[in-house]
Design a protein around this ligand. Structure first.
Ligand code: DOR
Length: 439
């Protein structure tokens, strides 16, 4: 091919569907048009990346960006800036904003707010409630919507669907895969007395115990099988859930977070107090080992950050009144590259979890692979770079990370969104030109 291109990415090692190959990547009109030896001078812009590894643009399918309603914690501009700074090219944002994203108007409002302000490509979940059940089949099909989210247990915000009949009605309305927060509300309510009136945050996984997660996961899977609906169980935290979910893969896909793969109780609570508080909680080293077995044996489909920013002021309150959640969209790629460096998973598997699988599960035809015809979304990393994660480098409005002070080997160097270089070595470049994802 001899025509000129908008961009040629030169000299990198590319992770293609056939494996790692030394190749240039040619881009025209936001799409990859060639992978291989591209003639010198063909690109209007030439990007030299010798020594670096070129991955498909990575996708984070679970972030909370707080707009509208809690913009003091985050907004669509700062959240997506943090995403591309961390090597994430596409985000799916959760509906527990204020108001919750439960109507077509609320979805439209988020899409409108993202125009000209989002650095990453994006889509929004619609939250299921007892009141919008009948509309979910329509809502999930609206442009810019990535699907329906169900909170079976209450967490941040007031979205909750804890009635078994309501759950079945939600599963019976619509067709796309439903994302589930699986904690059993009745168990959480009954056990809240264990921390009521003040307790150490080390009690967080005691209050929200393994059983509460397992009960809800069982009910979600049983209901899905009864009505033949595909579900995606978010942020799985226990070893038995991984084993159970591994036996139900026909309809069920599985997410774990980098923090549940990296931190464990009680050490994380002792080291960082309520910064480590999230739902479902960080649990013991044994549970963490069970999650890793799910990464290695293939049970786990997706890594999502569950980026859930709260200010340090809010986090410095008294447990259990402190909010649950921690930022993560900017640290997912370095944390996972560090796990790759230590031999806990292959680079291919990491990209499966953060690109190919999200695209397959949610049905994004043009993302998730470094291949001709796909969107020119690229996450370009230095697998050998050593760098320390710090609160100071975080672009999230909340200004902190649970991994502050951790030295990492492997770092995102450049992020390209549909052929536009939007991040280089932590600096944002150009304009926020993120667009809604096409499904
Ligand atoms: O810890 C959490 N925080 N878990 C959730 O499910 C919600 C999230 C938030 O939005 O803060």
């Amino acid at each position: 091919m001899t025509e000129t291109c908008d961009l040629v990415v030169r000299g990198g090692q590319c992770l293609t569907p056939s494996g790692l190959v030394d190749a240039d990547v040619a881009v025209r009109d936001g799409r990859i048009v060639d992978i291989g030896a591209v003639m010198p001078g063909r690109g209007a812009t030439e990007l030299e990346v010798s020594g670096l590894t070129v991955l498909p643009g990575l996708i984070d399918t679970q972030v909370h960006f707080r707009e509208p309603g809690s913009e003091h914690k985050e907004d669509l501009q700062t959240g997506t800036a943090a995403a591309v700074a961390g090597g994430i090219a596409t985000v799916f944002e959760m509906p527990n904003t204020r108001p919750g994203t439960t109507t077509a108007a609320a979805l439209e409002d988020k899409l409108h707010r993202a125009e000209g302000r989002a650095w990453a490509d994006h889509a929004f979940f619609v939250g299921a409630t007892a009141d919008n059940v009948e509309n979910l089949g329509e809502l999930e099909r609206l442009p810019g919507c990535c699907g329906v989210k169900v909170f079976m247990g209450s967490s941040t915000g007031d979205l909750l669907l804890d009635d078994a009949d309501d759950l079945a009605r939600v599963f019976a309305n619509g067709e796309r895969r439903i994302a589930i927060h699986a904690e059993d509300e009745a168990t959480l309510r009954e056990r809240r007395r264990l921390v009521e009136g003040g307790a150490s945050v080390t009690q967080h996984p005691v209050w929200r115990n393994d059983e509460s997660a397992m009960l809800a996961t069982h009910r979600a899977v049983e209901t899905a099988e009864r009505v033949n609906r595909r579900i995606h169980v978010l942020h799985v935290t226990t070893a038995p859930e991984i084993v159970f979910l591994g036996r139900h893969k026909r309809l069920v896909t599985v997410e774990v977070t980098p923090q549940h793969l990296t931190l464990h109780a009680p050490d994380c609570y002792e080291a960082m107090g309520t910064r480590a508080q999230m739902n479902p909680p960080i649990r013991s080293a044994d549970h963490k080992a069970g999650l890793w077995r799910g990464i290695v044996d293939g049970t786990v489909d997706v890594i999502g950050s569950d980026h859930a920013p709260h200010t340090l002021e809010e986090k410095h309150g008294t447990y259990p009144n402190t909010p649950s959640g921690m930022p993560g969209v900017q640290t997912t790629v370095p944390i996972m590259l560090d796990h790759v460096h230590h031999g806990r998973l292959s680079l291919m598997r990491m990209v499966d979890l953060l690109a190919a699988s999200p695209a397959r599960i949610y049905g994004i035809p043009t993302k998730g692979r470094l291949a001709v015809g796909y969107d020119a979304d690229l996450t370009i990393v230095d697998r050998n770079r050593k760098q320390t994660i710090s609160d100071a480098a975080m672009l999230t409005k909340s200004g902190w990370t649970p991994f502050d002070g951790q030295e990492i080997t492997g770092w995102p160097m450049l992020t390209v969104v549909r052929g536009n270089v939007v991040m280089r070595e932590g600096e944002l470049l150009g304009q926020p030109l993120g667009r809604p994802v096409l499904f």
